[in-house]
Design a protein around this ligand. Structure first.
Ligand code: NAP
Ligand code: MG
Length: 497
């Protein structure tokens, strides 16, 4: 009797994978200028003294443009413009007119979606599939959602009368440059505040393009001002006496320094900081579904995600099988050119970030952990790091506790629910967590005990502008999105009975 040889499914997939031809999104839709100025009071202007800094393309290392570096005097000018706009136009504009402008901005962004997606991928390194399908549509969704609130702000906080705060300083990181800009400006504007926005040094271009759109939409000059620069520009903005609130998204270290700057000033502050989120996978979970969620949770945007599921806690009975499936799965992830529509994992945002990730993984290897990554070679230029699984951890290693902010998953095991909760909470952060189980009661039990601003069940990294997002513990305080996010931009007083 003859038997048909068993086909090796993994080998088959790998062969199919190798056959993919590149499918490059065209770059021609964006016209990157050699230099960019600050956007203050509706006008583009050079920084005081003409200071600039370069922004580069992480996938190639190529120089893209020189961008104005705002000095404290430029920040002063931006804050003054925002104050003028607040007092002379924006504060007293009827909500329905503010709504109209924000709706118009959302639609303009949709009209030029491809341009924004390509520019985001070039300047920041993220795969075009993500900038096209997530960053840009979600940015528009935030604008649409908040436009809908602009004429209903008085109903945002039941029992309270609500007024705008005034001028808000907003500082954002490089991992979701356009999306973080939209998360910040949409609620601020809907509530009647004016804005000075400081984008991250490595990714200023989409925020500057958004400023052009804001002008095109017909917003009064000075309602949104963009001051590009490095940390010093951010510090000048956060410490400025002329602003009424700081909204910061970034690292816990910088968040802490801003909190010190603002202590005792009476100015409002929201902090969206780092994270070290855990996936908790129980032995009754649908494993293939969990594998996809875990892969998405840590390799989405190269792991440059504050709420990334950067830790995996697997119940002992299935840990071996789950790890095997994960190792096979990452072999199929395509790492490379961000503008290739086949790419799953793009470029690391900067040389400095690449180095930080390397140090973490080298240290884990030196600690005796097992390191797995795909066998395929990385591109020979630009900043790339392979999707990596670190297992055999004791739990005390730095990689088990600190935020890597890269495509690195740290794996541990557990036996009981109580142990899972203890291990998931064994971090100073508290931004996100994921529970994977078929048992609904266990999801509820776990979500009451996991110390995290958001707990996803049998899914991960799902966002909606109507749903509040934010952290506890060293992941910060304050919420963005939903009715809760509006409160952060409003001064409320009880309505007399
Ligand atoms: P970062 O170094 O804290 O920078 C964030 C922003 O602050 C950048 O615009 C930065 O400018 C600016 N900045 C730097 N030093 C400053 C100072 N002393 N005062 C005021 N502003 C200053 O963080 P990152 O490395 O760009 O971003 C990664 C971090 O952001 C991660 O920890 C991640 O978890 C967190 N994050 C949190 C959320 C959330 O919603 N919780 C979302 C996304 C990211 P430069 O770019 O010029 O340094
Ligand atoms: Mg760049």
């Amino acid at each position: 009797m003859t038997t048909t040889p068993k086909r090796d499914a993994a080998a088959d997939l790998a062969r199919r994978f190798a056959d993919y031809v590149p499918s490059l999104e065209g770059r021609d839709i964006v016209a990157i200028r050699p230099s960019y100025g600050l956007m203050i009071d509706g006008e583009e202007r050079a920084a005081e003294g003409g200071a600039t800094f370069p922004t580069i393309e992480p996938a190639s290392g190529a120089h893209l443009a020189d961008v104005a570096e705002a000095s404290p005097a430029d920040v002063d000018a931006a804050v003054a413009a925002a104050r003028r706009a607040y007092e002379t136009t924006w504060r007293d504009m009827p909500g329905r007119r503010r709504a109209k402008l924000i709706f118009r901005l959302a639609r303009l962004l949709q009209d030029r979606a491809r341009e924004f997606a390509v520019l985001e991928s070039i300047d920041g390194g993220k795969p075009i599939r993500e900038s096209r399908d997530i960053d840009v549509p979600l940015s528009a969704a935030h604008l649409f959602y908040h436009a809908g609130w602009a004429d209903k702000v008085e109903y945002a906080v039941p029992g309270m009368a609500a007024r705008p705060l005034g001028v808000v300083g907003q500082i954002i990181p490089w991992n979701f440059p356009l999306l973080m800009a939209a998360w910040k400006i949409a609620p601020a504007l809907a509530c009647g505040n004016t804005v000075v926005l400081k984008p991250a040094e490595t990714t200023p271009l989409t925020a500057l393009l958004l400023a052009e759109l804001i002008d095109e939409a017909g917003f009064p000059p000075g309602v949104v001002n963009v001051v590009t620069g490095a940390g010093a520009t951010g510090a000048a903005l956060a410490g400025h006496a002329g602003i009424d609130k700081v909204a910061f998204t970034g690292s816990t270290g910088v968040g802490r320094s801003i909190r010190r700057q603002l202590a005792g000033t009476g100015r409002r502050l929201t902090l969206e900081l780092g994270g070290k989120g855990a996936h908790v996978v129980f032995d009754d979970a649908a494993l293939d579904q969990a594998v996809e969620g875990i892969v998405d949770g840590i390799f989405f945007n190269q792991g440059h995600v504050c709420c990334a599921g950067s830790r995996l806690l697997a119940q002992e009975g299935i840990a071996g099988e789950l790890l095997d499936r994960l190792r096979r799965r990452i072999e199929l992830l395509r790492v490379g050119e961000p503008l290739d529509k086949n790419t799953d994992v793009g470029a690391i945002n900067s040389a400095a970030q690449l180095e930080r990730i390397r140090v973490f993984v080298d240290e884990a290897a030196a600690d005796g952990c097992r390191i797995d990554h795909p066998s395929r070679p990385l591109p020979d230029r630009g900043f790339f790091f392979p999707p990596t699984i670190v297992s055999g951890l004791g739990g005390a290693e730095r990689i088990a506790r600190e935020e890597v902010f890269g495509p690195v998953l740290a794996v541990q095991t557990f036996r009981t629910e109580a142990e899972a909760v203890a291990k998931a909470n064994a971090t100073r952060y508290g931004l996100s967590a994921g529970v994977w189980t078929e048992k609904g009661s266990r999801i509820l039990w776990m979500s009451q005990r996991l110390q995290a601003g958001v707990v996803w069940a049998n899914t991960f990294n799902k966002f909606d502008p109507a749903s509040p997002f934010g952290g506890v513990r060293e992941s910060g305080h304050g919420r963005e999105g939903g009715r809760q996010g509006l409160r952060e931009y409003l001064d409320t007083t009880p309505v007399a009975a």
